[in-house]
Design a protein around this ligand. Structure first.
Ligand SMILES: [Ca+2]
Length: 215
């Protein structure tokens, strides 16, 4: 009888994992960075954000991290808002099983504004990362790296993160419109602490990202 029960539990457990469904999240990226909130050296032509590249992934993949060196893909996004090289890096990570979904989001033509992205995510790849270029800029970007949307209690219903400006470490410009001046070798990725994004109270946020479980 015990043996039968054990077999039954194994079968049921197995079925539960086979039929585990992806869930869907809605991400609302609200960019508050503007001439009002960040007047220092504000670019004449206004500010915009390049198209968002987002991924769901496991522990094996890191899109960016404080102290790491930028990949070529990150560099092209941060310096020029170009996603082609990053996409091929991500395709390779998909082939290796590290990244599951790649999601393209819109950009922002004129800040402040918001970007909404809906994406599926699964238990095996429950981390989420995204990035977009602060434009114009030498190599500045915003993003989140390895947000874990699932904990011991299951999928998180709603969670909110502050967004900060990052420096990809690949270009030495100190103004939004600095001329192209590559760092050779590249420096490490770090939070951007130029006067553009700093005041007496410390670093100034660029916006917020709110994740909502929708099904
Ligand atoms: Ca830089």
């Amino acid at each position: 009888m015990v043996r039968l029960l054990l077999i039954l539990m194994i079968i049921l457990g197995f079925n539960a994992s086979v039929f585990a469904q992806d869930v869907q999240y809605e991400l609302d990226i609200e960019i508050t960075w503007s001439s009002d909130t960040h007047p220092f050296d504000w670019p004449e032509g206004g500010g915009h954000m390049s198209g968002v590249t987002a991924i769901t992934h496991n522990d094996r993949y890191v899109l960016f991290k404080d102290g790491y060196t930028a990949t070529s893909g990150l560099r092209f996004v941060a310096e020029r808002g170009r996603v082609r090289v990053l996409r091929s890096e991500l395709e390779e990570a998909i082939d290796r099983g590290w990244v599951k979904n790649m999601i393209d989001g819109s950009g922002i033509d004129k800040v402040p504004d918001r970007i909404r992205v809906t994406f599926p995510i699964s238990e095996t790849h429950s981390k989420f990362s995204f990035l977009t270029m602060i434009a114009p800029s030498p190599d500045w970007f915003i993003g989140l790296s390895a947000v874990n949307l699932r904990d011991d209690a299951g999928w998180r219903k709603e969670t909110r993160y502050l967004l900060w400006a990052w420096d990809a470490g690949t270009n030495s410009g100190t103004s939004y419109t600095s001329k192209n001046d590559p760092n050779q070798p590249a420096e490490s990725i770090r939070l951007l602490a130029t006067p553009h994004f700093l005041d007496e109270a410390g670093l100034k946020k660029v916006g917020t990202a709110t994740f909502k479980l929708i099904q």
